[in-house]
Design a binder for this molecule. Structure first.
Ligand code: FPP
Length: 252
């Protein structure tokens, strides 16, 4: 049972720990460790992804309840296509199932669902579901949930460079106009604040092509737990640790 409420939650509960002053605006999560979770239990990897997808729903709702404004979850990378066909198919089926559920489930929480990544690589059926999920949730007022699917940060940066180069060629912008703001607003996360905190369960010390540009000054928390076991208490602990970090953004 979680105890920590840093922001406003639906029941207007107050947080218990008064030392916790700062709630990250934007949290990123690399949902890693599903395969190992399944292996430890003698189950197929797909069972780990099913458990991971259930947890995605729990943690998303919790983030929305405590007042997080933006949550970005890494669901499928541009590199994940290299996995065995059977595992990729199981993941695609899970995405369909959970997006159908998300359509109604996240409505009560007013969650805006967006997708970051090249979604044109997915089946027409999944693309249709992605489109419908985005359209139906676009006018909600709650937390923005970015689901990174077929996402790779290097691809995203290449896309931005191409867009800007085209504008330079056509004379719409000049070379001197190119600055950090222009690059940030050419990424999938245009208009959103950079993540303050990225959490990576499963004990791997890697960024794995996730929000490279956006996480220049992000605090990283790596914890030795597999994603399906990551609980709301773990999230609370991460928030406590985040509050203990001294963010200097290159200053002193
Ligand atoms: C990484 O763990 C996890 C993935 C590649 C898939 C994550 C997807 C989900 C949790 C489903 C989410 C559903 C929606 C609708 C967003 P891994 O398989 O690399 O684990 P391992 O390192 O232990 O092998």
């Amino acid at each position: 049972m979680s105890f920590l409420f840093l922001g406003r939650n639906k029941n207007n509960k107050k947080r218990k720990d008064s030392n916790l002053a700062v709630l990250p605006q934007h949290i990123g999560i690399i949902m890693d460790g599903n395969g190992r979770w399944a292996k430890k239990r003698g189950l197929p990897r797909s069972a780990g992804h099913t458990a991971g997808a259930k947890n995605f729903r729990t943690i998303t709702r919790y983030c929305s309840d405590i007042g997080i404004k933006y949550l970005t979850v890494y669901a499928f990378s541009t590199e994940n296509w290299k996995r065995p066909q059977e595992e990729v198919s199981a993941l695609m089926n899970l995405f369909k199932q959970y997006l159908e559920e998300a359509l109604s489930d996240f409505k009560d929480d007013s969650i805006v669902v967006r997708f970051i990544g090249d979604t044109t690589a997915f089946s027409p059926e999944l693309q249709e579901l992605i489109k419908r999920t985005q359209e139906e949730s676009a006018n909600r007022s709650g937390m923005v949930l970015n689901i990174a699917m077929n996402y790779g940060s290097r691809d995203e940066i290449i896309m931005a460079v191409k867009n800007i180069s085209q504008k330079v060629s056509s004379g719409e912008v000049s070379l001197e106009d190119i600055d950090e703001n222009m690059i940030s607003s050419s990424l999938y996360t245009a208009g959103q604040p950079d993540p303050d905190l990225v959490i990576r369960p499963s004990g791997e010390y890697r960024i794995s092509n996730f929000l490279l540009w956006q996480s220049a000054y992000t605090e990283y928390i790596i914890l030795d737990k597999l994603w399906p076991d990551f609980s709301t208490d773990d999230l609370d602990n991460a928030l406590v640790e985040f509050n203990n970090r001294n963010r200097r953004f290159g200053g002193v």
